[in-house]
Design a protein. Structure first.
Length: 129
């Protein structure tokens, strides 16, 4: 898994990419939710740079699982990505964006709830959902 500098826009975008995949796949509904939130710009990325981070994350997951998508991010990888975000303001922003994209399709899948719980516990933040 590629490493990004702590609290970098790319590290933050990768947490959002993980949130997009928390239900096993990402959808246009989630992408539109991120667009409405202006997520890339609020993280300091262009839409193209954000897409490159998401694409790179998906490629890293496929490589780590020998080309087979299992539908979930393993706990060690999830922890690594969460640990790259230490700034409280950035954590709050990412949680807000994650909640918005996860609720965009009208329900929370088990993987989404598990990720929100992990984010809240790791970053010691209450999850609003």
């Amino acid at each position: 898994m590629q490493a990004y500098p702590t609290n970098s826009p790319e590290a933050a975008a990768r947490v959002l990419a993980m949130a997009m995949l928390a239900d096993g796949q990402y959808s246009m509904t989630e992408i539109r939710a991120l667009d409405r939130q202006q997520a890339p710009a609020r993280l300091g990325l262009t839409p193209e740079a954000f897409k490159a981070v998401v694409d790179g994350f998906c490629q890293d997951l496929l490589l780590a699982h020998e080309g087979r998508w299992t539908g979930e991010v393993d706990p060690a990888t999830r922890q690594q990505l969460m640990d790259e975000i230490t700034d409280q303001g950035l954590q709050d922003l990412i949680l807000q964006q994650c909640e918005g994209l996860m609720l965009a399709d009208g329900h929370l899948a088990d993987g989404e709830v598990a990720l929100l719980d992990a984010l809240g516990a790791t970053w010691r933040r209450p999850v609003l959902v």
